[in-house]
Each structure stands twice: as C-alpha cells, then as structure tokens.
Design a protein around this ligand. Structure first.
Ligand code: UDP
Length: 235
C-alpha cells in the first residue's frame, strides 16, 4: 500500500446512525474517532461529506415543487451543516480540521482556495470540503473526484453505508447480483453502474486516481486501503 494522500468521500448517510434521517451524535462521534485513527497513521486527508441524510436536490426538490437549481442549493447547504458538524467532532478528538466551502458562507466556513487547501494538507490538517462544487447539477461524488484531482490524491475512497462494493445490479434488489473485486474505469462507464457517479469516474480515469468503494459499517478505512474490503476501480 503506497498511499500518502487520501480523499475520503463519505455519504451523508454515514451520519444518520440509528435515525431515519438527519444527524445522530453517536454516528458522528464514531466517524470522527475512526478518522482520527486514520490520521494517526500519518496520512494526509481530505474529506468530501455528502448531504443526502438531509437533502438531495434531485430526489426531494420535485416533491416540494422546487426547481433543480434551488433544490441543489439546498443540498449544498446540507453538506455545510454536515461538514461543520464533522469538523467540530474531529476537533473534539484533538485533531485540527479545516472546513472549506465552495458555496460562500464566510461566517461558517472559509472559502475554498486551492493554495490554502494545499498548505493545510502539507501541515497535516484534515481538510473537509463542504458546499459541493458550489454549482447545481453536480453531486458530491463529482466534487470528490475534483478535489481528489486538485489535491493530487493517491486514492479516492468512496465510503458508503449501504452496499459493500460494486455489484452488477443493486444487491438489495437483485439476489444474484455479482460483486466485482476489480474493475476498469471503462467497464464502470460502459455498464453505467449506479453506485458511482459517471462524471466522477471519468475525472478519476483521466487523472489515474484509483477508486475503492467500500462499506464503512463493514470495516476500517485501513482495511479498505489494504484492499481487504470493497471493490477497486483502476486503469
Ligand atoms: N449538490 C450540488 N452540487 C454539488 C454537490 C452537491 O448541487 O457540487 C447537491 C445535490 O442536490 C445533492 C446534494 O447536494 O443531491 C447532496 O449531495 P449528495 O447527494 O451527493 O450527497 P450524498 O449522497 O453523498 O450524501
């Protein structure tokens, strides 16, 4: 395992814990502790946290009669709520975490700039990227691929809580769905597998950033990095 700089993409669902939606304090503290354990292994860490535990534009917007742009803005605000929460939890673990946002909100988080972000990483501060890309019509997966590219990340870890890797079909719906241990970017793009956002895969393919998809509830970040969990996408 030759990884130094990591991009963790964590679904908002990781904060839900035993609740149905929103934020469960136990789930947040557990996640923060696990991130600290990873940090203690000397990695440089950037985190993109989703907002799906609070609001997903494309899912909840239409039901509310809200157009896509505004609905996605609400989704991006949800990532700020999650990001602030995780930042505080990581700080309680004794590690300095910086919250940077692409959606300007200066009283809550510092505005994202590449130069500052790189300085933080080198100083081994954990950087949490909030506000997505700052633009509607994207997801936090795409944002994560973008930040992974900007950081020069050695790997993109997509951390879910629902499935433990990449399957030929949704294993919760299709009993004989086949799990892939390793796939190429092209296979993922050709098969249009829902677990990964295709924009994110395309960017990682161009930048040659390997993607590992794994279930946070099935084991540690380190086990995922060692290849013991989930599925890998590479060239
Ligand atoms: N979002 C957006 N632009 C971005 C990133 C996110 O508009 O660059 C919005 C979008 O509505 C999305 C929501 O924020 O549904 C929450 O992000 P996502 O669904 O990716 O969260 P996750 O599923 O990872 O929890």
């Amino acid at each position: 395992m030759n990884y130094k700089r990591l991009l963790l993409k964590i679904s908002g669902e990781a904060l839900v814990g035993e609740k149905e939606y929103g934020i469960d304090h136990k789930a947040v503290m557990t996640l923060a502790r696990r991130i600290k354990e990873l940090y203690d292994q000397d990695f440089e860490i950037g985190i993109v946290l989703g907002g799906g535990n609070i609001f997903r534009g494309i899912q909840q917007g239409p039901a509310l009669g809200i157009g896509r742009t505004s609905a996605d803005q609400i989704g991006m605000l949800a990532t700020l709520i999650n990001g602030k929460t995780l930042q505080q939890a990581i700080k309680l673990e004794g590690v300095d975490a910086r919250l940077m946002t692409a959606l300007e909100c200066p009283k809550v988080a510092e505005s994202y700039t590449w130069e500052k972000m790189m300085r933080y990483l080198v100083k081994r501060k954990i950087v949490i990227f909030a506000g997505g890309t700052g633009h509607p019509y994207f997801t936090t997966d795409s944002c994560a691929a973008l930040r992974a590219s900007e950081m020069g990340a050695d790997i993109f870890l997509k951390c879910t809580t629902r499935v433990d890797g990449i399957y030929s079909a949704d294993p919760r719906q299709t009993k004989d769905a086949k799990k892939y241990d390793v796939m190429t970017y092209k296979q993922v793009l050709d098969e249009k597998l829902g677990i990964l956002d295709l924009t994110a895969v395309t960017l990682c393919m161009e930048e040659r950033i390997p993607i590992r998809v794994f279930n946070l509830l099935k084991g540690s970040f380190l086990e995922a990095l060692e290849g013991k969990l989930g599925s890998m996408v590479k060239g």
